[in-house]
Design a protein around this ligand. Structure first.
Ligand code: ATP
Ligand code: LTN
Length: 336
């Protein structure tokens, strides 16, 4: 509905594809919020190429991300589902924002520090990644951005950039140039940890696939990953920072059941870790199975997916164009 506030979010088509952390920290909440907001869900393929991607794999994963959004419950009749690279205004606004983003701000970004520490050839796109992300959001006058905990710092930059652009180029205008967005981080599940190293966040591009449960994993693979999940030797099922592995499993249960992690712990009182892992695996398998089946179905119907992507990109472009023209005019570009 046009009168509803605007929601924007996206996931990169990278690594092994969408995983449990993306689902619990982000996509699940998109589905919940989709009735109350005018939503745009983007496959952020321009962000994906900030690290080297194999072209055929990028294409496959991009389709799969779109299929996964729909399979998780996004209704493409109500919400836009599109490729970032299909709307050139993302790259255009990103440039205008990059020129208003300070080196110091980007240097402080923990995602850049973490990712650049791993690689040898660090592209400048990895450094300016947050300005592109701000462009994604600000292009649509977005009010709310549902993401996991790790994106909080990027969202703060997007807010700062909106305020800066408004003050610099539209201080006397009746209406602000850009809406200052709010972040939405879920109370539980905003930071799902790796099953093989519960001190590290679960990630779809982790070198060790044992720590990550992918949307497309088979039931047997999911069961195996949970069986091998790293816990501790305390032999106590409780929610405690001293037991990050156990806490992570209880958090996963909590997101699915809607009970608090403490209640999930109490339900397993006196039981061993095998039971805790088995119960968690069971819940995750039941949650992901119908989603996986739907993704397979959708991936077999590229005509349908292409239709959704085309329609959504056209609608998104028309909306993006309005912001781009206003920003360019305010900055002093000659109008066409
Ligand atoms: P990559 O490892 O390829 O950088 P990623 O797994 O960190 O990717 P993103 O595409 O960067 O995933 O993130 C998509 C969304 O999923 C974001 O909203 C992000 O905050 C959320 N997210 C990512 N990892 C987790 C996690 N472990 N727990 C909860 N939410 C997460
Ligand atoms: N940087 C995000 C992905 C992303 C995003 C966005 C999320 C790119 N643009 C706009 C929300 C809104 C990540 O999860 N790594």
């Amino acid at each position: 509905m046009a009168s509803q506030p605007i929601l924007f979010s996206g996931v990169q088509p990278t690594g092994g594809g969408i995983m449990l952390g993306n689902y619990m920290g982000a996509i699940r909440n998109w589905v919940k919020l989709q009735d109350s907001y005018n939503c745009l869900f983007c496959v952020v393929d321009l962000h994906a190429v900030t690290v080297r991607q194999e072209p055929a794999r990028l294409r496959e994963l991009s389709y799969r991300n779109a299929a996964s959004y729909i399979a998780c419950g996004i209704d493409p009749e109500r919400s836009l589902v599109f490729m970032q690279s299909h709307v050139p205004a993302h790259a255009e606004l990103a440039w205008l924002l990059t020129c208003n983003t300070w080196m110091g701000e980007l240097s402080r970004m923990t995602q850049f520090k973490d990712k650049s520490a791993k690689g040898e050839n660090i592209g400048t796109g990895l450094f300016t990644y947050p300005s592109l992300m701000a462009a994604d959001i600000l292009l649509y006058q977005t009010k709310i951005v549902p993401v996991g905990q790790d994106q909080k710092q990027h969202l703060e930059l997007a807010r700062d950039l909106a305020i800066r652009m408004n003050n610099t180029y539209a201080a006397k205008a009746k209406e602000p140039l850009l809406t200052v967005p709010d972040v939405y981080i879920p109370p539980v599940g905003a930071r799902i940890m790796s099953l093989s190293d519960p001190l590290k966040k679960m990630s779809k591009s982790d070198d060790d696939p044992a720590g990550t449960v992918f949307l497309m994993d088979t039931d047997a693979e999911i069961e195996k990953k949970f069986k091998r999940a790293v816990t501790d030797s305390m032999n106590r099922i409780a929610v405690s920072d001293e037991q990050p592995g156990v806490k992570n499993l209880l958090t996963i249960q909590s997101v699915i059941t809607g009970e608090s992690p403490e209640a999930c712990a109490a339900a397993l009182e006196g039981q061993g870790y095998a039971k805790l892992k088995g119960r968690t695996a069971e819940l995750v398998i039941e949650t992901l199975r119908p989603i996986r089946e739907k993704v397979h179905q959708l991936m077999d119907d590229k005509t349908y997916l292409d239709g959704v992507l085309k329609r959504s990109a056209e609608a998104a472009s028309a909306r993006a164009e309005k912001t781009i023209s206003r920003v360019k005019e305010a900055m002093g570009f000659v109008t066409r």
